[in-house]
Design a protein around this ligand. Structure first.
Ligand code: PLP
Length: 379
């Protein structure tokens, strides 16, 4: 059995989520039907909605279920466009679910730079918003993720939210990587929109949500049966939604601290090796994420070597795996091309043990010691 260290791509289904999925499938019924089976399905959806809302400190009526984080981010950006935004500011480290949606929107897109530690430059944002030309550029719209999927670096969302609110703009937070790892307070973030995804927290794939502040405009993209108060048509994924809530409820109070201990121990072993660099180490990070580059050892070769040794890790962003390319996130942090092309992401999760981490460190260090002289000789 291989050791799974790729929880930022998908965190395997928790037992509690599996049970909730099975119960919901067994219950059957369409939440829009008026008969008993329909009412049971509706109750499952609404109970989950209340639980998810309280987990993220918001109201149940402000949770719109979607097919995942990608749809939730796209829905927020389309809504901003319909609400009069003409120019979007997105951070340089956003996931493709935000970046590509912004670039496809037909609006002007500007990139909020990050420091070498991967933290959004709030002074830049403040200066940019203070010079905003509302007539020419419409309502300001800013997207800043809560935690980066590659480096785990946490972003100053409250500070950005305050600036955007002062500028009477719209603020979107991609909070997909927070769920199941750290708490995310939607109300405190001052965001108008936040995107969530169940499978990053040990829930099922294909389920997510958009959280909406009470003053957030929403322009529906899916037309049809008028589900989700007309905000997102399509029969709800009842079992997925139940599994999403169950996964969040199952997150242990000490999970984050436990992961941080394992991650820090792994980091100190890997950083003792010559030629290794840890990305975002000077910033606050998710407790489970370690982004490492190893001089002259291409990411995709590391991933394959570790796979053969029985460890699942990833090169850069998981959503781009299968088509490995150098990391835009690391480039925005000032990485050289060689560093960006030799970075891997190790992401721990609810089931990771000390033994998993020790064995990974042994295998990776052994392989790097073997391969490094050859890479150096090959130039
Ligand atoms: N946003 C971030 C930060 C992610 O890491 C991901 C997935 O990797 C997504 C959005 C997309 O979420 P989903 O897979 O639910 O569409």
């Amino acid at each position: 059995m291989s050791v799974y260290l790729d929880h930022n791509a998908t965190s395997p289904l928790r037992a509690e989520a599996r049970e909730a999925l099975a119960r919901a499938y067994d219950a059957g019924g369409n939440p829009s039907s008026v008969h008993g089976a329909g009412r049971t399905a509706r109750a499952i959806v609404e109970t989950a909605r209340t639980s998810i809302a309280s987990h993220f400190v918001t109201r149940a009526e402000d949770v719109v279920f979607t097919s995942g984080g990608t749809e939730a981010n796209n829905l927020a950006i389309s809504s901003a466009k319909a609400a009069g935004a003409k120019r979007l500011i997105i951070s340089a480290i956003e996931h493709d679910a935000v970046r590509d949606a912004a670039l496809a929107s037909g609006l002007e897109v500007e990139f909020l730079p990050v420091t070498n530690d991967g933290v959004a430059d709030i002074a830049w944002l403040e200066a940019r918003l203070s010079g905003w030309d509302r007539n020419a550029d419409g309502t300001p719209f800013v997207a800043l993720m809560a935690a980066n999927n590659e480096t785990g670096v946490l972003q100053p969302v409250e500070a950005a939210g305050r600036l955007v609110r002062e500028a009477e703009g719209l603020f979107q937070v991609d909070a997909v990587q927070m769920a199941g790892k750290l708490s995310f307070d939607f109300a405190g973030s001052l965001a108008h929109y936040a995107a969530l995804s169940a499978h990053k927290a040990g829930g099922p794939q294909g389920t997510g949500a958009l959280l909406l502040a009470c003053d957030a405009p929403l322009s529906r993209q899916m037309h049809g049966g008028g589900q989700e108060k007309g905000r997102r048509s399509g029969t709800e994924n009842v079992a997925g939604i139940a599994g999403f809530a169950a996964a969040l409820e199952a997150v242990g109070a000490d999970e984050a601290a436990r992961m941080a201990v394992l991650r820090d121990a792994l980091q100190s072993r890997l950083e003792s090796v010559e030629g290794v660099r840890i990305w975002g180490a000077g910033a606050q990070r998710l407790p489970n994420t370690l982004c490492v580059s190893a001089e002259a050892w291409p990411s995709e070769i590391q991933v394959i070597a570790m796979d053969l040794a029985g460890f699942a890790i990833s090169a850069g962003s998981a959503c781009s795996s299968g088509k490995v390319r150098k990391s835009r996130v690391l480039e925005a942090m000032g990485a050289s091309e060689a560093q960006a092309a030799s970075a891997i992401r190790i992401s721990l999760g609810w089931m990771t043990t000390q033994d998993d981490v020790n064995r990974f460190a042994d295998a990776w260090m052994r392989e790097y010691a073997r391969i490094r002289p050859r890479m150096a000789a090959a130039g």
